[in-house]
Write a new protein. Structure first.
Length: 301
């Protein structure tokens, strides 16, 4: 990496740390939305840096769909123990059992949208007034509309036309009882920025991001991992492929790509040559042209 690019990474880091410190100063009970994916791991690393040598001041909030990659849960628990952090877990299965949400049917059923109710219930239960996420504007067109501080109303809903101005990096975190904010400190980062920073900082990641052999099924134009949660039909053919994942979500909807990239250096080179966004292999985003924005309006991450 050039000296100029390293300086640019420093600028992105400084901006993210500034926003994290603003969140800490403005809110009573902020948490980090932690999925076990690279972006939430990056945000957690930045938060640790922002308040070093003090202990991480934010709890981690994970919405557990029950359909996670086992590797993700193992990584989450290891990191939480290493950081001596507090972990809040919202359970989608509990929401289903209590009749708060209904399980989808059919071969393409997913619990992804069900996370919204679980997340909002958890935010209300723990009186969370700001949830810090790892979303970036380059990921998807609806996320490009987000501000650093994203206001959510008393129903947890997001209105892209009701975003507050952020002139001269001045952030308005005032809210009424029952409302909350989402904060996105790495909004201005690109996927390439993330990988170069992860490389520079030597940040550990789940093995899922690196090329490995796995049983998969070709569905929705990507390789979906075979698991006990995947509903197979007669047309599905289980194959073994060497794949990796660019983004992590529910195991039933997260598609992998064929790859030999087994180091961060190789991944960065591979990403540089790609023309599809990293969420291009997420089945939940292919349901409609406005799938992500529709979910975000209802309270999604």
């Amino acid at each position: 990496m050039s000296k100029y690019y390293l300086n640019y990474l420093d600028e992105l880091e400084s901006e993210a740390i500034f926003i994290l410190r603003e969140v800490f100063a403005k809110f009573e009970r902020p948490v980090i939305l932690f999925s076990g994916g690279k972006d939430s791991i990056l945000v957690t690393h930045l938060a640790k840096k922002a308040f070093h040598p003090a202990k991480l001041p934010f709890e981690l909030l994970h919405v557990d769909t029950g359909h996670n990659f086992p590797e993700t849960i193992e990584f989450r628990d290891t990191l939480v123990n290493h950081l001596d952090a507090q972990l809040i877990v919202g359970s989608v299965q509990k929401s289903i059992d209590e009749g708060r949400v209904a399980e989808e049917k059919g071969k393409n059923a997913t619990r992804n949208a069900l996370q919204i109710t679980t997340l909002l219930d958890t935010i209300e239960e723990y009186k969370i007034d700001c949830a810090i996420g790892g979303a970036r504007r380059d990921e998807e067109k609806s996320r490009a509309k987000e501000r650093f501080f994203s206001h959510r109303d008393e129903f947890g809903q997001w209105d892209p036309k009701n975003q507050r101005p952020e002139l001269w990096n001045m952030f308005n975190g005032k809210h009424f009882e029952g409302e909350h904010f989402r904060a996105f400190p790495i909004s201005n980062w690109t996927e390439m920025d993330v990988w170069h920073y992860l490389l520079r900082e030597k940040i550990e990641l789940p093995s899922l991001y690196f090329a490995h052999e796995r049983e998969v099924v070709w569905r929705n134009d990507s390789w979906i991992p075979n698991s006990k949660f995947l509903k197979l039909n007669d047309k599905d053919v289980i194959q073994k492929k060497r794949i990796r994942f660019r983004t992590l979500g529910d195991i039933t909807i997260t598609g992998g790509i064929e790859s030999d990239a087994d180091t961060i250096e190789k991944i960065a080179a591979e990403v540089a040559a790609m023309r599809q966004t990293e969420r291009g292999n997420r089945a939940d985003d292919k349901r409609s042209e406005t799938a992500m924005e529709d979910r975000k309006r209802e309270g999604y991450f």
